[in-house]
Design a protein around this ligand. Structure first.
Ligand SMILES: NC(=O)C1=CN([C@@H]2O[C@H](COP(=O)(O)OP(=O)(O)OC[C@H]3O[C@@H](n4cnc5c(N)ncnc54)[C@H](O)[C@@H]3O)[C@@H](O)[C@H]2O)C=CC1
Ligand SMILES: N[C@@H](CC=O)C(=O)O
Ligand code: NA
Length: 442
């Protein structure tokens, strides 16, 4: 039992982008934090991977820096895990809980893979597990869903939850900057994960979608359940096609509760999509994030802010530290996992989506009818179709006998749309399917 005057001991695992910012704010804002908690927070150590590096950037007594994370977790009331990845993060979190420490983590990859194990350990040892920083950085989104909306029924969560990919797509659209140079800038600014593949291939956004869906629908959703496409296949042609439609391309995380005759299911997916420039998500620039939540009684709610970077992420981590420290002072714990609904996660093929398809076709009689027939065979209804003659790129003269067809569909099962594109690609009249992109928000 903590005594009334003794400080609450905080151990920090990881002193990188997020850990460094947390260490600096814990130290520089110590008095205000103590007043908010009702007891001082004492930083008892920072575990790092390698000894001997100059860690003056952390702004703490160098004696606090250690490579012995196992020893550190045994000496803390609150353990803050900002190492990332699966191991040793998972073992250290479990060890911390065994020692009776509450855990604050920003580790979406681990939570989305193994959240139930962490929650079970928190229950078994009567401690808190808080992770607001793991989704959309500084934006308060998990506690609003888990606590503020606990009396409502969430119908959908739609958002931009990866700063790196938004930064890259935004730069490609607005400045025409190249893909690789923009990724390097995102890394230098501390947005990208250590391995940017996690960002660029959508793994980071998929982990966040799994966490959001689990909380929103009271159902266990893991990263493996999430349909995922990243942005590495998004070409300058796709960005241009979007611009011609007065749209932008965004990497969206979409979590929906889908009513069904045999009971509801959930659809959880991450993929690039075209959205109209007039849509509020289109104005989310650089590394910013935004999340829309639609709940039965509340209606639509929008959350916007910085989703990545040291200080913004530290804001969410510190909020969690204060929350769990207050529980220590008052006694008791915050809410645990609610997975009672146990809804099935539906396959991507069943998701209802819309496609934008650009085709380079032979400009001959009957081609449009043949293309339309492929859509009809799959029961995909066409909303708009536009044809333009393809011009010679060098001298602006028309290229004889070729045209571009741009088709936007109505909503249909994703499997039917995918099959339509496969069949179109094999048509002799179709020289090339130049762009395929899902469309959201029209
Ligand atoms: N950077 C960001 O904008 C955000 C990061 N996150 C999450 O926060 C966590 C940390 O991310 P960053 O600070 O960006 O990573 P980082 O790579 O900058 O820092 C990780 C730190 O962990 C330390 N570390 C690695 N292995 C260790 C070990 N075995 N023992 C002790 N320390 C070890 C490293 O030395 C480094 O100081 C990750 O889970 C990440 O997904 C969440 C939201 C935003
Ligand atoms: N790499 C992530 C950091 C936050 O989670 C991102 O780019 O959003
Ligand atoms: Na957050």
């Amino acid at each position: 039992m903590d005594s009334e005057q003794s400080p609450i001991r905080v151990a920090l695992l990881g002193g990188g982008t997020v850990g460094g910012a947390v260490a600096r704010k814990l130290t520089s804002n110590a008095d205000a934090l103590a007043a908010r908690v009702g007891r001082p927070l004492e930083l008892v150590g920072i575990a790092v991977r390698r000894a001997g590096r100059d860690r003056s950037d952390l702004g703490v007594d160098p004696a606090l820096v250690t490579t012995d994370a196992e020893d550190l977790v045994a000496r803390a009331d609150i353990v803050v895990e900002v190492i990332g990845g699966f191991e040793p993060a998972r073992s250290l979190i479990l060890a911390a809980m065994e020692h009776g420490a509450s855990v604050v983590t920003a580790n979406k990859a681990l939570l989305a893979e193994d959240g139930p194990t962490l929650y079970a350990a928190a229950d078994a040892h009567g401690v808190d597990l808080y992770y607001e920083a793991s989704v959309a950085g500084a934006i308060p989104i998990l506690r609003p869903i888990h606590e503020s909306l606990a009396g409502d029924d969430v119908r959908s969560v739609l958002g931009i939850v990866n700063g790196t990919t938004n930064f890259v797509l935004d730069a490609m659209d607005s400045t025409g900057a190249g893909y690789s140079e923009t990724v390097e800038r995102a890394q230098a600014l501390g947005y990208a994960e250590a391995d940017p593949t996690a960002d660029l291939e959508g793994f980071d956004a998929a982990a966040k979608a799994a966490i959001l869906a689990s909380l929103a629908f009271h159902t266990r959703v893991s990263s493996a359940d999430v349909y995922r496409e990243g942005i590495s296949e998004v070409s300058a042609g796709d960005i241009e096609a979007a611009r011609e439609m007065d749209c932008v391309v965004k990497l969206l995380s979409i979590c929906e509760r889908v009513p069904g005759e045999d009971g509801d299911g959930v659809s959880v997916r991450v993929h690039p999509a075209m959205i109209p420039r007039s849509h509020p998500l289109a104005s989310v620039r650089e590394a910013f994030n935004a999340v829309f939540v639609d709940a039965a009684a509340a209606g639509e709610l929008m959350f916007y802010g910085q989703g990545a970077g040291g200080d913004p992420t530290a804001s969410a981590v510190l909020g969690d530290i204060v929350a769990v420290a207050r529980h220590r002072v008052a006694g008791g714990r915050g809410p645990g996992e609610t997975a009672y609904a146990d809804l099935p996660v539906l396959p991507m093929g069943d998701a209802l989506t819309r496609y934008h398809v650009s085709l380079d076709v032979a400009d001959e009689p009957g081609v449009l009818a043949k293309v339309a027939a492929v859509f009809a065979e799959q029961h995909v209804s066409i909303e708009t179709v536009r044809q333009q003659i393809i011009e010679d790129r060098d001298d602006g003269r028309e290229t004889r006998g070729r045209a571009q067809l741009i088709v936007v569909t109505h909503v249909a099962p994703d499997s039917a749309l995918a099959a339509t594109v496969d069949t179109l690609s094999a048509l002799p009249e179709v020289a090339e399917v130049t762009s395929v992109m899902r469309v959201v928000g029209f």
